[in-house]
Design a protein around this ligand. Structure first.
Ligand code: PLP
Length: 392
């Protein structure tokens, strides 16, 4: 993409990622600018990280303030910043989820969750689902399903298996009293924005309870984006373990694993941790982010905007679109043809979106997106589809 001349440094990245062909220099609100001053409408927000948009004034001020005070402190010390973060996060949680540990990423938050299930249950079995994405450290990768991520690094952690998503009988068939936990995304993100039928999470909750297995909700992508702060609340269930990461500090690296008192009691002192985890800088950004997200109007707004997007895409009446789906501002348009060329054309037309599997275009806009900006995204999608080669 693009015709940028790459700066030739001696040290180059291992070619792990598809190159988007632009160098991002600055962000403000719903827009990003590349190093040549070209502006892009950001409908991907770094895979859902910048939920409040870029350089949100409250978050930026909190980072500035904290950077001048104290940037790191090991968790053997309390900090006012971590305390402030815990206070505001607690406001979103059901009472039974009362213990937390910190990490620096989503995968690390899942990693901790998987370790805790072992000590809490004395079991090792993990059931995840087809198309699940839980990160790419070895433990988390064992729960991730895509062969592209797994096959080069075999063998995976023992005891992890995958069953079809949104299929309770398939889950019931492999559930038994050796299973430590079921790990689930309430709506699958990387796997293509798959929304399960109503009752699926409730069914999983009942199945886990019946067999003494723990239910892990991985809300790393769904968190604060689906029209409610936490997606599992829609079915009135409570998981035993909740993982959050991407959006909760609006751009600074943080992951959290939140568990019940009963699980916490089984985790041996000193058995897990990390040098940077829960540092005051990310906690200050996190507290500022969550304070903004505590405004309930933002969540009803996310639900409305998502509905508007789906309706407008539906009205395009383009035969190349198979389906538009999602909830709140976790959205996808599935095509009848490969998504990558369309995503590339959209970028050339100044709109950044993401794939989620071969034929799915994913939209993860900021919760502060305006109607006109969302409509621009739909218009540019339509133009890109009309411009490209059409399937027979
Ligand atoms: C992104 C993601 C992860 C992994 O987070 P990283 O910070 O990339 O390690 C885990 N689970 C879900 C649902 C995700 O979307």
């Amino acid at each position: 993409m693009g015709d940028r001349v790459k700066l030739e440094t001696r040290l180059q990245s291992i070619p792990l990622h598809a190159d988007r062909g632009i160098s991002l220099a600055r962000g403000e609100g719903r827009y990003l600018w590349d190093d040549r001053g070209r502006r892009y409408l950001d409908l991907m927000t770094n895979y859902g990280v910048n939920l409040l948009g870029h350089a949100h004034p409250q978050v930026t001020a909190a980072i500035d303030r904290q950077a001048a005070l104290l940037t790191n402190a090991h968790q053997s010390f309390d900090t006012p910043a971590r305390q402030a973060f815990l206070e505001v996060l607690a406001g979103f949680l059901p009472p039974s989820l009362s213990r937390i540990s910190f990490a620096n990423s989503g995968a690390e938050a899942v990693e901790a969750a998987m370790k805790y299930t072992r000590v809490a249950t004395g079991r090792t079995g993990i059931i995840a689902t087809h198309r699940a994405y839980h990160g790419r450290t070895f433990g988390a990768l064992s729960a991730t399903s895509d062969a592209k991520y797994r096959d080069p690094f075999m063998p995976m952690l023992g005891g992890a298996q995958h069953v079809p998503f949104d299929n309770l009988p398939a889950m019931a068939e492999v559930m038994n009293d050796s299973i430590a936990a079921v790990i689930i995304e309430p709506i699958q993100g990387e796997g293509g924005i798959r929304v399960p039928a109503d009752g699926y999470l409730k069914g999983l909750r009942e199945l886990c309870t019946a067999h003494g297995a723990l239910l892990i909700c991985d809300e790393i992508q769904t968190g604060f984006r689906t029209g409610a702060p936490l997606a599992f609340t829609r079915e009135g269930i409570v998981p035993d373990i909740l993982c959050l990461s991407k959006s909760i500090a609006n751009g600074l690296p943080i992951g959290v694993t939140i568990v019940t008192e009963a699980i916490s009691e089984r985790v041996p002192k000193g058995s897990h941790g990390g040098t940077f985890s829960g540092n005051p800088l990310v906690c200050a950004a996190g507290a500022a982010t969550l304070e903004v997200l505590a405004d309930e109007r933002l969540h009803s707004r996310a639900a409305e905007k998502g509905q508007r997007f789906k309706e407008r895409v539906g009205k395009l009446g383009l035969s190349q679109i198979r389906e538009v789906r999602g909830r709140g501002l976790l959205l996808a348009v599935e095509l009848k043809k490969p998504a990558t060329p369309v995503i590339k054309t959209m970028q050339e037309r100044g709109v950044l979106v993401l794939p989620a599997g071969g034929t799915v275009i994913r939209f993860l806009p900021s919760i502060l997106i305006e109607d006109a900006q969302l409509d621009e995204g739909v218009d540019v999608l339509a133009a890109a589809l009309r411009q490209g080669p059409n399937p027979p």
